[in-house]
Write a protein that binds this ligand. Structure first.
Ligand code: AQP
Length: 327
């Protein structure tokens, strides 16, 4: 099976990116043919993600991938913009998708509320590029958080449409969604997902310093009452914190409830902050070491690009022939 996924280097990663996506990738690299990239072309759709900060974030994300446990000997790691075939295929796909389907995407509608009429066209056509990112390698499986499921569905539709119009080229990839942690919520507003482009108080970055983690958790929104109980409808904030505790400790939610029975929010939050700090420490240490040798990181990415690009070029040639573009 061929597996593909990526993260936008819009900022440093948060624990939602880690549990929703990267932690699934770690197991997959052991058994499958895996492609993990850094989606810098998607990052520039966010107005704040340009310039030197983008280059820094791209290398930080590469270091995070490796610090988290991705092994460049077992999977390909590369930067999206180093493989221009992605954007060429995205253009072709954009001619196959009705505008209405792009306008219906939930993420686009949410961003439209955020940016109003100044929203850029890249945020509308994003799914065409995402479909190209996946299909150019003929990937079968895409491990992502819940928010990306709709885009993977659209990728399947595009593959189907292309195959029926021009002849079979692409598989119809499936989204692989983590059983737990596929949609961690904002710490300040549990009705929203945790997002790195929101104010930093709303998420735990995987490289946040211990004191910062402590402050964010202690200030995280709680619900009325004082019981530590998983109840997403009536206690969405505590349920989110319980999910985070479960993900870091691997304890079942009911045994966590039992452990904190009668103890109140403050003592639960203190224990949660200590747990997160302890579990993130080795990853943070490893990432720091990796960033001391940026040339090595770049050479890992270049080696990944070299191999991935050969496949991308081959697929694009096949596509162009099918459509009648001369190659
Ligand atoms: N809150 C989340 N819970 C679980 N998984 C999540 N993912 C994102 N947020 C959560 C998953 O992380 C992967 C990488 O996401 P991305 O960087 O490509 O873009 P995103 O989904 O838009 O993530 P963010 O953090 O919300 O970034 P910004 O603020 O830049 O838009 C994906 O698999 C995603 O599902």
């Amino acid at each position: 099976m061929r597996v593909l996924s990526g993260v936008r280097p819009t900022s440093l990663l948060h624990i939602g990116n880690y549990f929703g996506a990267i932690s699934q990738w770690l197991q997959m690299q052991e058994k499958h043919d895996c492609f993990f990239f850094i989606a810098d072309l998607h990052a520039i759709t966010e107005p704040t993600s340009y310039g030197p900060i983008l280059a820094d974030n791209t290398l930080d994300v590469a270091a995070s991938y490796i610090a988290a446990g991705l092994n460049p000997k077992k999977c390909l790691l590369y930067v999206q913009s180093d493989i221009p075939e992605h954007t060429e295929l995205a253009w072709i796909f954009s001619t196959l998708i009705p505008l209405g389907e792009l306008e219906r995407m939930t993420q686009y509608k949410d961003l439209q509320k955020k940016y109003g009429s100044s929203i850029n066209a890249g945020l509308l056509t994003y799914p065409a590029l995402m479909a190209a990112d996946i299909l150019i390698y003929k990937a079968n499986a895409v491990p992502v958080g819940e928010d990306q499921q709709q885009h993977v569905e659209l990728t399947r539709t595009i593959a189907r449409k292309f195959n029926s119009k021009f002849g079979k080229v692409f598989p119809e990839p499936i989204a692989i969604i983590a059983k737990s942690g596929a949609r961690l919520k904002s710490l300040t507003d549990p009705s929203k997902k945790m997002s790195k482009s929101d104010p930093s108080q709303s998420y735990i970055g995987i490289f946040d310093a211990p004191q910062v983690i402590k402050e964010k958790i202690m200030r995280a929104t709680t619900d009325s009452g004082s019981e530590i109980k998983f109840d997403e409808k009536n206690k969405p904030a505590i349920s989110n914190l319980l999910t985070i505790y479960h993900l870091f400790s691997q304890m079942t939610v009911s045994s966590i409830e039992q452990k904190f029975k009668g103890k109140g929010y403050a003592s639960f939050k203190t224990a949660l902050a200590d747990l997160i700090i302890e579990k993130l420490q080795p990853l943070q240490e490893k990432q720091k070491q990796l960033l001391k040798n940026k040339e090595k990181l770049v050479s890992i990415l270049n080696a990944g690009t070299k191999k991935a690009r050969l496949i991308a070029q081959k697929t694009l040639k096949e596509v162009k022939r099918k459509i009648g573009l001369i190659v």
